[in-house]
Design a protein around this ligand. Structure first.
Ligand code: HEM
Length: 492
């Protein structure tokens, strides 16, 4: 043995006993069967069998990094959130990027929205903003989400994503036309996680010290510039390096090239909401900047890679219901559903103590609850009493809600979201199409037609319904798409 070898620590079992032989299973005689007393063998095989936890049901494939959020402008007229209280104030963050439909081992370079899930470790608890790289979404009611995702994932019979299911659902869900136009346009395949914008997407509430509230939409503009891949470039990259985006992010941070985003909000006074030309709580619509301009208030820098991908990325959990004082939900029906879905997913996927893992727990304060025990409870509360009210000096409520109450009217019922003066499912999709130059329109038509043409030959009705939505958005859009799809289906 060399001196170097002598300095190495002893390999042990999970309970810390020295391991004598990590190469040869203990057997009855040379070449005989294995012995039950070889606990190292069983411990290793059993632990290995349990290495996986359920992957996220959506956004399974992703990469994360820690960073710093810095306030660059005064937003105290609109929110009393402590981490936004003064210019120059910094807050630690953790951001996880992801694709939506692919499984854990799927390729990064695919046409799919990118998740943009950001945790602010604030002194008033963790604030999670769980957004995407798109300002809108495919549907506007949470009750449709499981059906929608089923069409994006694997078909029960074929085990693959099927064009029939995707276009059947989108054709029958005209509210998807705006987001689908976005997704099949030039920004549909970002070149890396550093070269995309992030959006809170939903409308959220900000509340100021005086108790007034405002409706806001968050925007994170990449300072690296937007860069995208064409479908052909992405097909090649996905084959050559399935981990392309994850690798790019990690290596950029290792080189000290810290990616940054300029952070803004659009702010709508509460009184505007009822009469705004679009329903401000409809996730399939944007607020044009001419109506509500961007108010810049911060920068986000990613500057530290996680050391352990499983512990810090796979086990990281984000919930749109994690608010802090001065920030709250809006009545957006998608958001309302999400307020339930995430913590429920965390309890199933990571366990009841998920919020207490190092990546998930508050870093700038501590959680003080009477929740106790459960799988892998670490005893962090020691001897503290576990009920409230108590007369032993335990933590007490503040009596001050985190956000403002909002007025409601009407009767209970399965209501459609209210339509405002200019609301329909097509107007903003048409506007987006008409904003594109001819090259961009052509690429959009190619991307869409290539996929629509894959619908089964005997299901022209699915094709027709899908195209009809684009026709309603813009006659030229519909006509060009119809021609392109007809041409491709003739060749099949
Ligand atoms: C009602 C609609 C939706 C439901 C029910 C839903 C549900 C879920 C669930 C269950 C997860 C997995 C969570 C986990 O296992 O940790 C997830 C992940 C995610 N969702 Fe949604 N989702 C919805 C809509 C949206 C929308 C509109 C956005 C973006 C604007 C979004 C962004 C994300 C992101 C970024 C993740 C990954 C979070 C991470 O990195 O851990 N989702 N969603």
């Amino acid at each position: 043995m060399t001196t170097q070898d002598e300095l190495r620590p002893t390999l042990t079992t999970e309970s810390g006993a020295p391991v004598a032989d990590n190469q040869n299973t203990e057997t009855a005689g040379t070449g005989g069967p294995a012995l039950i007393q070889d606990q190292l063998l069983f411990e290793k095989l059993a632990h290995f069998n349990r290495e996986r936890i359920p992957e996220r049901v959506v956004h399974a494939r992703g990469a994360g990094a820690y960073g710093t959020f810095t306030v660059t402008a005064d937003v105290t007229p609109w929110t009393r959130a402590a981490f936004l209280s003064e210019v120059g104030k910094q807050t630690e963050t953790f951001l996880r990027f992801s694709t939506v439909a692919g499984n854990l081992g799927a390729a990064d370079a695919v046409r799919d929205p990118r998740g943009f899930a950001l945790k602010f470790y604030t002194e008033q608890g963790n604030y999670d903003l769980v957004g995407n790289n798109t300002p809108v979404f495919f549907i506007k009611d949470a009750i449709k989400f499981p059906d929608f995702i089923h069409t994006q994932k694997r078909d029960p019979y074929s085990g693959s994503q099927e064009a029939d299911n995707v276009w059947d659902f989108w054709g029958l869900s005209p509210e998807s036309t705006h987001q689908v136009t976005w997704l099949f346009g030039d920004r549909g395949i970002p070149a890396s996680y550093r070269h995309l914008d992030g959006f809170g997407s939903h409308t959220y509430q900000w509340q100021n010290e005086a108790g007034e509230h405002f409706w806001v939409k968050y925007h994170f503009k990449t300072d690296q510039g937007i860069k995208n891949l064409t479908q052909a470039e992405a097909n090649k990259l996905a084959g050559e390096d399935p981990d392309s985006h994850q690798r790019d992010l990690r290596e950029a941070i290792e080189r000290g090239e810290f990616p940054t985003w300029t952070v803004s909000v659009q702010i709508m006074p509460a009184a505007d909401a009822a009469t705004y030309r679009f329903n401000p709580f409809d996730l399939t619509k944007v607020w044009p900047h001419a109506d509500y301009p961007l108010v810049e208030f911060g920068t986000l820098e990613l500057n530290r890679n996680p050391d352990n991908v499983f512990a810090e990325v796979e086990q990281s959990v984000f919930s749109p219901a994690h608010f802090v004082p001065g920030i709250g939900p809006s009545p957006d029906k998608m958001l309302q559903g999400r307020l339930f879905a995430y913590a429920d997913a965390h309890r199933y996927r990571v366990g009841i103590n998920a919020d207490h893992l190092p990546v998930n727990r508050p870093h700038a304060t501590e959680a003080r609850t009477n929740g106790r025990d459960g799988h892998l409870y670490d005893g962090r509360h020691g001897r503290q009493k576990n009920y409230e009210p108590n007369s032993f000096g335990g933590p007490v409520q503040t009596g001050r809600p985190l956000w403002s109450a909002v007025p409601v009217t009407g009767t209970t019922g399965n209501h459609e979201a209210p339509s405002h003066a200019e609301d329909d499912d097509f107007v903003q999709a048409g506007n987006l199409y008409r904003l594109m130059d001819d090259g961009a329109k052509q690429r959009l038509i190619e991307n869409l037609s290539g996929f629509i043409a894959k619908v089964s030959a005997d299901r022209d009705d699915i094709v027709e319904r899908a195209i009809e939505n684009f026709r309603k958005a813009d006659a030229d859009y519909g006509r060009r798409l119809e021609d392109a799809v007809r041409e491709l289906r003739k060749q099949k």
